[in-house]
Design a protein around this ligand. Structure first.
Ligand code: PLP
Length: 387
């Protein structure tokens, strides 16, 4: 059997895969099993921060693999400690818990909120509020946090203690908080899976001020927006926020599974021995990879992400068949006249891999995609959108 048939026979059919089998790549170019080359405008859904088979990333991973690939969290390993230091120094946060995915990073954030609130406000204060149209993961608890009912329907009962309100509706939030049972609010600053929709900075400022006044934790889900994706190390930095908790994953280790939950001074001592754990969390290979990524997210690289974002926008905005371009940095959503799936198929045909988010075409290219490839890909996208 070929890979398509093997996969269809033996892999649970939870993904609607595109009919492409990728076998190799370098940077922002990937090659399929038939030798056809594509410009990758999705980077594994914001994971391969510096592209596929990036030399510096390979060197960091290889070096660590030859030393020790795994111990356990019962021992100290340097990459984990150094990565935690780098993340804290770059963000001003105080401690980090490492896991393996975005959902786990959010699970950890939720556990922090519950324990912090139980200790400071009493056990009845356990609700975590999120936004309508949010996405926080696929575990039963992060599904409960996800403010989109259609994800919930088949998997009842979900973890209790969640509520959501529409972005911008402070009155709805105040009503939810009126009973004194809200421990934390968890938000994405750009709703990724929800259609690449950035939150209004005025609403975010008002929200942050209200939560501070009420002593409710502000937790930012930077799973997709984090690690340079939006043109700052974390998107909250562009919104002028000081979050209590930040969760991240995806691009952090550039292609190896890693989640991280960053804790501010206020909550850094919430966890003690045995409160949380993960066999693979902080694994030395993933941590070495992540350290190499974080070290490369320099001010000039971040400025270049913003410049590339403007370049894409200038080429797409107002083009025939394109209604709007939304997003931040290299996390962009294109509302097209044609169905997004048709645009993607035409792009694939012409050697460009894109993603969708709801009804939009979504672009999440590698942060270092060369201008020449970016312009070529955008021209293909433009042509595919035109009616
Ligand atoms: N949070 C956000 C904002 C996401 O975009 C995602 C995944 O798309 C997740 C959480 C879940 O991450 P993971 O698939 O790594 O569990």
């Amino acid at each position: 059997m070929n890979t398509f048939d093997l996969d269809k026979t033996y892999v649970a059919p939870t993904y609607r895969r595109f009919p492409v089998e990728i076998v190799s790549g370098k940077g922002s170019l990937v090659t399929d099993v038939n030798g056809k080359e594509y410009i990758d405008m999705g980077s594994g859904i914001a994971v391969t921060s510096f592209g596929v088979a990036d030399d510096a990333w390979i060197a960091a991973v290889e070096k660590q693999i030859h030393s020790v690939q795994h111990m356990s969290n019962l021992y100290y390993t340097a990459p984990c400690a150094k990565l935690a230091e780098a993340l804290c120094k770059r963000t001003g946060m105080a401690k980090v818990f490492f896991s393996n995915s975005g959902a786990e990073a959010n699970e950890c954030a939720i556990k922090i909120a519950r324990k912090w609130a139980a200790e400071h406000k009493g056990p009845a204060c356990s609700t975590v509020v999120t936004l309508v149209n949010s996405f926080h993961g696929r575990t039963l608890t992060t599904l409960a946090a996800t403010g989109q009912d259609h994800f919930h329907e088949l998997f009842q009962p979900l973890t209790p203690g969640f509520a959501s309100f529409p972005a911008g509706d402070m009155e709805a939030l105040k009503q939810l908080c009126a009973g004194g049972t809200v421990a934390a609010v968890l938000i994405e600053l750009v709703q990724g899976e929800g259609g690449v929709i950035p939150l209004d900075p005025a609403f975010v400022s008002e929200l942050a001020a209200y939560l501070k006044e009420q002593d409710i934790l502000l937790m930012i889900d930077e799973v997709q927006t984090g690690n340079g994706r939006t043109g700052s190390l974390y998107a909250y930095m562009q919104y002028g926020l000081q979050p209590d908790v930040v969760s991240t994953a995806k691009g952090l280790a550039g292609g190896l599974p890693m989640g991280a939950t960053l804790m501010s001074e206020k909550v850094k001592d919430v966890f003690s021995y045995g409160d949380h754990g993960s066999t693979f969390g902080g694994n030395p290979v993933a941590a070495a990879a992540a350290l190499s990524i974080v070290e490369r997210l320099t001010d000039s690289l971040l400025a270049d992400v913003r410049r590339k974002s403007e370049l894409i926008r200038s080429l797409l905005e107002g083009a025939p068949g394109i209604e709007s371009v939304t997003g931040l940095g290299l996390m962009l959503g294109i509302k097209t006249v044609k169905p997004a799936s048709e645009v993607l198929a035409a792009c694939r045909e012409n050697g460009v891999l894109c993603l969708t988010a709801k009804d939009k075409v979504r672009l999440l290219p590698a942060l270092n995609i060369p201008d020449e490839l970016l312009i070529r890909a955008v021209e293909v996208i433009r042509a595919a959108c035109s009616i």
